[in-house]
Design a protein around this ligand. Structure first.
Ligand code: RIB
Ligand code: CA
Length: 313
């Protein structure tokens, strides 16, 4: 089967970095058309720089990286340095990137790519706030039916929130953007905290990266060493959830995951529950299903895939 053509929309972020590396380590499954950076974990100047750092680490200076929106559609930016550190990629020291940032705005790249590629052949993988995607949909509604699928990391139901008691970070930062994407009608696969919290970076799993004998493997282990401290302290868990790579792993091996096709709406009015993904898991509302909402994964299989593909870089 031909590799899946995708655009990764991202706010690196250590877990975003691992997702990008998983995609770059899987050329037979993934044809990465470009990486679009968005403001999220850290401000845009850092997310676009971090995306290029990750590509250079993988030896892929040919990958096109674009800078997108530097703030949510209607709100002030909320960042997550408390989780990812000041640079967004705290942990190991890595050199500033030499590869160029593309001149074209990320939103224009998304629009142009969806117009130029055959309809139904490009998948969008947003793993940060949905600002770039929603802005592209608002600016060029003609591209919406041309999207093959959106596989995103965001939201929560049983796990509830991680940035507020009710909301997961990616949705909370730009709830209006999330509402546009969830109501767009594009086939949607959602990787919420319900599944990512079952993909924990246990010591043995991270040692598999540390002992890989590659520079990339060592960097992943050091990023994770830094990234996991926050969640382990907060949840008392044995490791931290490796959120964003779940989207790419789903594209490579969907059988690792299970969920339900249900209705998911976004809270955009109440300050108390702003950004909540109201997931009708028990199908009590009668509202039209709009998303495959993933609730579980085969964690060992997920980490086996991750280590196998990242060891190839
Ligand atoms: O809530 C987890 C999400 O927020 C992940 O995408 C992480 O990188 C941050 O962006
Ligand atoms: Ca992210």
């Amino acid at each position: 089967m031909a590799p899946r053509k995708i655009i990764i929309d991202t706010d690196p972020g250590q877990d975003d970095a691992v997702a990008i590396l998983l995609a770059l380590g899987s050329p037979d499954d993934i044809d990465l058309l470009g990486i679009t950076a968005v403001a999220g974990n850290v401000p845009l100047p850092l997310t676009q720089k971090n995306a290029r750092i990750v590509c250079e680490l993988a030896g892929r200076t040919d990958v096109k990286v674009f800078a997108g929106c530097d703030a949510p559609m209607k709100r002030k930016l909320v960042t997550a340095e408390h989780v990812h550190g000041k640079t967004g990629l705290d942990g190991p020291q890595l050199p500033d990137p030499k590869m160029p940032l593309q001149d074209q705005h990320a939103v224009d790249f998304i629009i142009e790519t969806l117009r130029n590629e055959p309809s139904g052949t490009v998948t969008l993988c947003p793993i940060g706030p949905l600002t770039n995607i929603a802005t592209a949909f608002e600016r060029a509604p003609d591209i919406i039916p041309r999207v093959q699928e959106i596989v995103l990391m965001g939201g929560a139901y049983f796990e509830v929130g991680n940035i507020t008691p009710a909301a997961e970070f990616n949705i909370y930062v730009d709830p209006e953007a999330a509402q546009i994407v969830f109501q767009s009608g594009v086939p949607l696969v959602v990787m919420p905290l319900d599944v990512t919290h079952k993909a924990l970076t246990t010591k043995s799993r991270i040692d598999a990266f540390r002992n890989m004998g590659t520079h990339v493997g060592t960097m992943v282990a050091e990023w994770t060493d830094f990234f996991e401290r926050f969640d382990m302290e907060k949840y008392g868990s044995e490791g931290a959830p490796l959120h964003d790579p779940c989207t790419i792993a789903y594209l490579i091996d969907p059988h690792l995951f299970s969920g339900r096709y249900i209705n998911v709406e976004i809270e955009t009015q109440s300050e108390l529950t702003l950004g909540m993904t109201v997931a009708d898991w028990w199908r009590v509302t009668g509202r039209k299903p709009n998303a495959l909402f993933i609730g579980d994964l085969h964690a060992e299989g997920f980490y086996r895939l991750l280590t196998d593909r990242i060891s190839r870089l």
